[in-house]
Design a protein around this ligand. Structure first.
Ligand SMILES: [Zn+2]
Length: 153
């Protein structure tokens, strides 16, 4: 499921779920935006595989608790805050937004690695929150709150 509009993907996931055995794990390839993952989980998908966290990380786009951050922007040139104030990953504990921006503008490969590292950490935390809310029976509320507040596209 790579490249289709998310509405079509969701329709296909719904249709396929009707014929798949209920107790089998459901895998969706190429679904990577947080809002799409949340929707797919609500349709029953268990596993995901997508390049988005690292591909976008390599080009300077970070997934954060405040939404999308394009770290190359000039507004970060003197921003000493971490990439994501609510994140405790290696990148956020050791590097400022200004330094990450500097690395990108200097063409340093480390820049893409550090933002990718943060993005993967963001996704690991997102999936942990999803599991927690499913277990608590509060997934629909969680999904609604996240989808309402963030647009990562
Ligand atoms: Zn981080």
């Amino acid at each position: 499921m790579v490249g289709e509009p998310s509405m079509l993907t969701n329709e296909m996931v719904y249709e396929v779920n009707e014929v798949l055995p209920e107790k089998k794990i459901r895998y969706l390839m190429g679904c990577g935006y947080p809002e799409d993952i949340l929707e797919a989980v609500s349709l029953g998908v268990d596993l995901f595989d997508c390049v988005l966290p690292t591909r976008n990380g390599r080009t300077g786009m970070a997934f954060t608790s405040e939404g999308k951050v394009i770290i190359k922007g000039s507004k970060f040139s003197a921003d000493n805050a971490p990439l994501d104030k609510k994140c405790n990953c290696y990148t956020c504990r050791h590097f400022s937004r200004a330094y990450l921006r500097h690395l990108f503008n200097a063409g340093e490969a480390l820049a893409g690695r550090l933002v990718s590292y943060h993005n993967i950490h963001f996704y690991i935390k997102l999936m942990a929150k999803i599991r927690k809310h499913i277990e608590k029976g509060t997934y629909k509320q969680f999904m609604s709150k996240v989808s309402k507040n963030f647009d990562f596209r």
